[in-house]
Ligand binder design. Structure first.
Ligand SMILES: NC(=O)c1ccc[n+]([C@@H]2O[C@H](COP(=O)([O-])OP(=O)(O)OC[C@H]3O[C@@H](n4cnc5c(N)ncnc54)[C@H](O)[C@@H]3O)[C@@H](O)[C@H]2O)c1
Length: 324
């Protein structure tokens, strides 16, 4: 089976390397010439444990290729996985211009029936649009279908998360597409949850936003702990043994950031608005997160003041009966 990967960021590169390691003939495409030149030499542009070893091994075995020439990569591919970025636009919605760019390239180059698989995180309904868009611009008389296959890896443990994923989500609208994805993932031996495309797209946001919600919740509880004299570390320890809650994402601190949580919450809020739904819960996850950064900055200032022997009075808190 010939697989092409569009985009060699964390998602595309790790997927491509792991597919090659399972014996597929994989060509990874990127528009970044420098990156492609490095990868051809077996050098990974990102540090992920085990990734470079797998790249070198599969480069040498002849199953893994890197190129900027998308025509050559997509022309005769059986499946093309899209892993390009979907960054946040100023209004909170996802920027789908990279997805559209790849879709156009696919439409103009494929010469045989092909399954296009969207791995990037995209708002619900995007797969439908991608399929229509590709069909509108198809140059050759071939059959194309789009499937959703959201990615759940975490940066830093990306290879492990791919090879030992808790589950693989596939979203398809036909038996043929479902069977092809089941076959592609068979060698991984991981449970597969097979649903419709829109459900698969939603699962990704529901998971990411739930983890962000957990973080905001713990920060809220931490602020209450400080007021009532409880220790948030002890409280979290007591919570993590409860399997209904789960042991991870219970650390209070500065709040969440990074490339995924903030944009994925904004994107889901935005999707809701497009359908006339205002998610008050998701909005408060963002509000608590923003407030947390302000609280920590204020606490830092206060600690600095208390450390200064002549400035303690400046830092008193009006709501304490002792003025401290
Ligand atoms: N990084 C993560 O931890 C993570 C985890 C799960 C899901 N995701 C999602 O996966 C998607 C990709 O994330 P990422 O972090 O791997 O992105 P990234 O921005 O690191 O990489 C995207 C790559 O795509 C390339 N690209 C852009 N246009 C292209 C084109 N037309 N053809 C070929 N390559 C092209 C870029 O040069 C870049 O190298 C996003 O939607 C993200 O939300 C990311």
């Amino acid at each position: 089976m010939k697989i092409a990967i569009a985009g060699t960021g964390y998602v595309g590169l790790v997927a491509g390397v792991c597919f090659a390691d399972k014996g597929y003939n994989v060509t990874c495409v990127d528009i970044d010439e420098k990156k492609v030149a490095m990868m051809k030499e077996g050098i990974s542009p990102i540090f992920e444990e085990g990734l470079e070893e797998l790249m070198k091994k599969n480069n040498a075995a002849g199953t893994l290729h890197f190129t900027t020439d998308y025509r050559e990569a997509y022309r005769l591919a059986d499946a093309i996985f899209i892993g390009v970025g979907t960054p946040e636009l100023p209004d909170g919605s996802a920027n789908l211009s990279y997805i559209a760019g790849v879709s156009r390239q696919i439409a103009e180059t494929i010469e045989k029936d092909c399954l296009v698989v969207v791995k990037s995180t995209v708002p619900v309904g995007t797969n439908d649009k991608v399929e229509q868009f590709i069909k509108d611009f198809l140059v050759n008389d071939v059959k194309v279908e789009v499937a959703s296959n959201p990615e759940f890896l975490a940066q830093g443990t990306a290879v492990h998360d791919t090879i030992h994923a808790a589950r693989i989500i596939i979203g398809t609208e036909s038996k043929e597409a479902e069977e092809m994805l089941l076959k592609i993932y068979e060698p991984f031996g991981i449970p597969i949850v097979s649903v419709k495309r829109r459900s698969a797209e939603m699962i990704k946001y529901a998971c990411n936003d739930f983890l962000a919600l957990k973080i905001s919740y713990m920060n809220d509880i931490a602020n209450l702990c400080e007021l009532v004299g409880a220790d948030i570390t002890d409280v979290a320890e007591g919570m993590r043994y409860d399997e209904r809650i789960g042991s991870r994402f219970l650390n209070a601190g500065i709040g969440f950031g990074g490339s995924c949580f903030p944009k994925d919450i904004e994107a889901l809020i935005n999707t809701g608005r497009q359908f006339g739904y205002e998610s008050e819960l998701l909005q408060s996850v963002i509000d608590v997160n923003a407030r947390q950064k302000r609280i920590l900055a204020e606490n830092l200032k206060r600690v600095n003041c208390f450390n200064h022997p002549y400035q303690t009075t400046v830092c008193t808190h009006g709501n304490s009966p002792f003025g401290l």
